[in-house]
Design a protein around this ligand. Structure first.
Ligand code: MSP
Length: 510
């Protein structure tokens, strides 16, 4: 059975920003972790290309929507490849495959008698592509997220009978596993308790969308269309692509990772739509927090938007991953601070982990003929015990998607190993020949600990992990089972150690 994990399907109104990079990196590390644990993973990402927002963006750029979407979709896909994102499917909502699934799905919902024609009146935010709850009637009413004027809409649309699913949704969200974190789940419980209202799923004044089959002057509401991308992606590109084929290939999704701003769509509308069509809701939704910059909301008007491309050029993808995954609690808001970024990379990666490997490998090469020491009997001392505790905690955290805690578990282990090395002072002991066995043991323990650190880093920093393990002479790492690699004592004795190089360069403040 597949483990299906998804990012949101990103709007193509602009190139990827730090928010979309953040969501995608979280998914990537979970996908990698699950694969390492032996699961068959289907990691879905893609783009949301229809709707008024995209149509207007294309118009303002003086190009046709299709041309605009082709260009930005390609930028997204290339960007994820560049960031070493291990996605399996990239879904475009303008693809024929997707359109087919939307039509099939619509017919199912219609058969459940959940579609009707009605009057849609209200204030709409084009940025959110959403009608806003109870704003006052003033035309200067602004969207709290986009800070732009809402637009008054009054048209005849097709509606989905969401109100019919009040009880079903109430029950679904009672499960504490369904929505995380807890605070976000409480927001949803609170919203649902006020009573669910039917919502419109078509538009008549919009061309840029998928046509509703039995009402050709209507196009589907962009959210109704986009959410279905999670299903159409599963069998997209296959010969027998269809709704049924996607469902048979592993639906429901195990995990939707999204930002907190789009939780209602995922935790309420989407499950109700699925249940109406006779399908299962996703198993879990995690709503991550928002990133701010130096304590301020990022925005074009504030001129403080952090371009992920610049971060990529300056620091490389793995340093950015470490900051976002280790320093920001998954589920809480996080702040991006330049100074903190530099400190974290220097302290954690360059010093605590990088330098531990570098200095121990240098000692081993110097004292043991460019090789790891040979110690004979394996020792089960304090470091192996610490390693086993850290591994256990790390796995427990990762299984609960607490990636920040799992990352910190690696870091704390590395800090303790540094303390052990400093306490033991092998550089003093080596001066007396009688201490040779003890020195070998210390060096072996520390090198073995760095091998465990390198292995644990694999889903979080895949390339650093390889760099560390290759420097330990662990060339066959990819042929061994990852779980197996976490067993203490696997570092080969009297094995060649290549000349160490820093795994990451130290950064300077600018
Ligand atoms: N197209 C919809 C999703 C449809 S899913 C079927 C959409 N796209 S988006 O491109 O606007 O948002 C992408 C993701 O970026 C969302 O998860 C959103 O929460 C996230 N972020 C946007 N700004 C953000 C920050 N400043 N910080 C962190 N993530 C934020 O919504």
């Amino acid at each position: 059975m597949n483990f299906i994990i998804t990012t949101p399907l990103y709007y193509v109104n602009d190139k990827p920003h730090l928010g979309s990079v953040y969501t995608t990196i979280i998914c990537d590390s979970i996908a990698r972790y699950k694969r390492l644990r032996g699961e068959k993973v289907l990691f879905i990402t893609g783009v949301d290309e229809h709707g008024l927002k995209i149509q207007r963006t294309a118009l303002s750029n003086g190009v046709l929507p299709k041309e605009h979407c082709d260009e930005i979709s390609n930028i997204f896909k290339q960007n994820w490849l560049k960031w070493n994102i291990s996605f399996n499917k990239f879904l475009r909502t303008t693809s024929k495959d997707h359109e087919k699934v939307v039509h099939e799905f619509y017919n199912k919902v219609k058969k459940s008698n959940d579609i009707y024609m009605g009057e849609q009146k209200g204030w709409y935010c084009v940025g959110c592509e959403e009608f806003k709850d109870n704003p006052d009637n003033s035309p200067s009413q602004k969207c709290p997220i986009h800070k732009k004027n809402l637009e008054w809409k009054n048209e005849t649309n097709l509606f989905f009978r969401l109100s019919k699913y009040q009880k079903v949704i109430e029950e679904l969200i009672q499960d504490p596993e369904f929505i995380e974190p807890k605070e976000r789940r409480n927001e949803i419980i609170n919203f649902v308790s006020k009573g669910l209202k039917d919502f419109s799923i078509s538009r008549t004044n919009l061309n840029w969308g998928i046509k509703v089959p039995d009402h050709l002057n209507h196009t589907f509401y962009v959210w109704f269309d986009a959410l279905l991308g999670y299903i159409s992606a599963i069998s997209s590109g296959d010969k027998n692509h269809s709704l049924a084929e996607s469902i048979n290939s592993g639906w429901p999704a195990n995990l939707h990772i999204i930002g907190k701003d789009i939780l209602r769509f995922h935790a309420i509308y989407w499950p109700a739509m699925l249940i109406s069509a006779g399908l299962k809701p996703p198993k879990k939704i995690i709503g991550h927090g928002f990133l701010t910059r130096e304590g301020q909301k990022m925005g074009k008007s504030l001129g403080n938007v952090l371009d992920p491309e610049i971060l990529f050029q300056k620091y490389g993808e793995e340093s950015v991953r470490w900051y976002l995954l280790k320093d920001i609690i998954l589920g809480s808001d996080g702040d991006f601070q330049d100074r903190r970024f530099v400190d974290i990379i220097n302290n954690d990666l360059a010093n605590t982990i990088g330098n531990l490997l570098n200095r121990t490998s240098s000692m081993s090469r110097k004292w043991f003929n460019n090789k790891t020491p040979s110690i004979g009997e394996k020792n089960n001392g304090e470091i192996s015990e610490l390693a086993n505790i850290s591994i256990k905690n790390y796995l427990t955290y990762f299984d609960k998607y607490k990636i920040d805690k799992a990352s910190n578990e690696i870091l704390n282990f590395a800090i303790n190993v540094n303390l052990y090395l400093n306490k033991k002072e092998p550089w003093s002991l080596i001066k007396d020949d009688n201490n040779i066995y003890e020195v070998k043991l210390i060096i072996y323990n520390v090198l073995e600990a760095t091998r465990i650190i390198g292995t644990l880093l694999k889903p979080i920093l895949p390339q650093f992990s390889v760099k560390i393990l290759t420097q330990l002479g662990e060339n066959d790492i990819n042929n061994r089972n990852w779980d197996e690699n976490l067993r203490w004592g696997l570092l080969l004795e009297a094995n060649d150690l290549p000349k160490p190089t820093p795994i990451v360069d130290k950064l300077d403040y600018e």
